[in-house]
Design a protein around this ligand. Structure first.
Ligand SMILES: NC(=O)C1=CN([C@@H]2O[C@H](COP(=O)(O)OP(=O)(O)OC[C@H]3O[C@@H](n4cnc5c(N)ncnc54)[C@H](OP(=O)(O)O)[C@@H]3O)[C@@H](O)[C@H]2O)C=CC1
Ligand SMILES: CC(=O)N[C@@H](CCC(=O)OP(=O)(O)O)C(=O)O
Length: 344
């Protein structure tokens, strides 16, 4: 059994990691940290884990993380960049679910995250954890930067079109909607039921830190600059992201776009290109690691529309992190992730 540590176990991505790892079969969680709840039983906070996880939270400085084969950081931005290098130096593999190692351009990172980087050398060495694109590099990685949640739904939805001569790469639009669990477990007035319930709003419409992360990947694949308008929205549900992608065309597609998507993702275990006319629903991926998508061309117009859905806590965070862990530790990629979504 491989030994696993989780820093930041009381948060929503931390509990989702535990739910998935509890039935993985090849790993054992040996350390799970919380500063605020050190000493408390995990299943007292999360009764869904009763009978599955028999552990107490430990303070990060007391947890024996150096004994682990791999440590997940399920912490706010700016924590892994300080604490991960010491573990990496001792041969522990690390997956950061936050944004510390996602953006290669340190100036861009500092602008959006409002701090200077504490371990810039590791930014260079980190592998971006999107298996559909970087599977081979992830297998050999010491440090993986797990992608963001809006970012995963958007990037997977656009990847097959990158570099196509008939796509207008300068005027892409991503209209993304996410539930409140995307904001984490901390108490915040805008996330109260009375504030977020029965209401719907855009946020960070003047610019969101996910935009440069998406552009970085798309530009690398398309081998050209990318113009992307990305606007996230908060919808009154707990889990799930739906992104509607608007892709202007500069010419008639030279390929059947449905077939292009099906061929691109043919071998991918966690991407489902749905049949023509289907509308992906967030509930169809609730609790599983799939990204489901569908392709539309309304009235034969000069704009393609792609609808892409994920569970923000699974393919958008903990599930994708376990997929990366499987690659890094030599397990079959689907181990522990072969789950059917909940419905209703
Ligand atoms: N929620 C989502 O849908 C997604 C989240 N992410 C990213 O994953 C990360 C975790 O998100 P989420 O689980 O929602 O966050 P939460 O706010 O729910 O949880 C954060 C966790 O980090 C711990 N923590 C906070 N500060 C520190 C610190 N200085 N040192 C050690 N531990 C600390 C907290 O416990 P304590 O304070 O007790 O130590 C808590 O367990 C974030 O960076 C987020 O951006 C990525 C994709 C999707
Ligand atoms: C509703 C809400 O506030 N969502 C968060 C998602 C945060 C998150 O998960 O950030 P990463 O995916 O980059 O880790 C946001 O838009 O910033």
């Amino acid at each position: 059994m491989k030994k696993i540590g989780i820093v930041g176990g009381t948060g929503y991505t931390g509990v989702e990691l535990m739910r998935l790892l509890a039935r993985h079969g090849g790993v054992e969680i040996t350390a799970i940290t919380s500063r605020g709840d050190a000493g408390s039983r995990v299943d007292a906070m999360y009764p869904n884990l009763r009978g599955a996880i028999d552990l107490c939270f430990t303070a990060p400085d007391e947890a024996n993380l150096a004994d682990c084969d791999l440590v997940f950081f399920a912490t706010p931005n700016g924590i892994a960049m300080q604490q991960a290098p010491e573990l990496l130096a001792q041969g522990v593999k690390v997956i950061d679910l936050a944004a510390d190692y996602r953006i290669k351009d340190l100036d861009v990172w500092s602008k959006w995250y409002g701090m200077s980087h504490a371990s810039p050398d590791w930014v260079e060495r980190a592998v971006y954890g999107l298996p559909e694109l970087y599977r081979d590099e992830i297998r050999d990685a010491e440090l993986v930067a797990n992608p963001g949640c809006h970012v995963t739904a958007t990037t997977l939805g656009l990847l097959p079109l990158m570099g196509q001569a008939w796509v207008d790469h300068d005027r892409l639009v991503a209209d993304s909607k996410s539930g409140t669990s995307g904001a984490g477990r901390k108490a915040e007035v805008p996330m109260l039921m009375a504030e977020a319930g029965e209401s719907f709003k855009a946020y960070s419409a003047n610019g969101h830190r996910h935009q440069p992360e998406i552009v970085q990947t798309l530009a690398a694949v398309a081998e050209r600059s990318i113009g992307l308008t990305f606007v996230p929205h908060l919808i009154p549900m707990v889990r799930g992201i739906e992104v509607s992608l608007y892709i202007p065309l500069v010419g008639e597609p030279t390929a059947d776009v449905q077939q292009l998507y099906e061929a691109y993702y043919d071998a991918e275990p966690f991407v489902d290109v749905m049949p023509p006319g289907s509308h992906p629903e967030t509930r169809s991926v609730r609790g599983n690691n799939l990204c489901r998508m569908a392709i539309f061309r309304p009235q034969g117009a000069a704009t393609l529309v792609i609808s892409s859905v994920i569970d923000n806590l699974v393919k958008g965070a903990a599930g994708q992190a376990v997929q990366n862990m499987n690659l890094m530790l030599g397990f079959p990629e689907q181990q522990g992730l072969d789950l059917v979504a909940l419905s209703p």
